[in-house]
Design a protein around this ligand. Structure first.
Ligand code: ZN
Length: 134
């Protein structure tokens, strides 16, 4: 598999409206707007940083994955996303290597990207997202 770069860092926040102040007002990062991904019960906001981005994640429902994450661990870095050239190929390679996956096939995330998560049990506790943007 070919990993191209760190695409973004996913950060769980209670509120994007509050959380974004640090990233925009203090660090001066541009705010690229919000997008709700209903299937994942999350609203995301992207802040470009050079070749990568910061992604803030706010849950839209108490039983969403981001709400559950905050309940267990508090707000903070929730996942690391690597951009890959070919996500289907990457998932096949990982399956062949016996790596535990959350998503067996890609789904569509914010910005229309193809995304898939690896299980933290397979990655020393880090929720890893693969993403492909065409
Ligand atoms: Zn992400």
């Amino acid at each position: 598999m070919k990993i191209l770069k760190i695409d973004h860092l996913g950060i769980a926040v209670n509120s994007i409206a509050d959380g974004r102040k640090f990233w925009t007002d203090v660090l001066g990062l541009p705010f690229e707007g919000e997008e709700t991904v209903e299937a994942q019960k999350v609203t995301t906001a992207f802040f470009p940083v050079g070749e990568s981005e910061v992604e803030l994640l706010e849950s839209t429902a108490p039983d969403g994955p981001v709400a559950k994450y905050i309940e267990k661990k508090g707000p903070g870095i929730q996942h690391v996303a690597f951009r890959v050239q070919d996500i289907e190929n990457a998932l096949e390679e990982l399956k062949a290597a016996g790596v535990q996956l959350i998503d067996q096939t890609p789904r569509i995330g914010a910005g229309g990207a193809k995304i898939a998560f690896l299980h933290p049990k397979a990655t020393n506790g880090v929720l890893v997202e693969l993403c492909q943007r065409d």
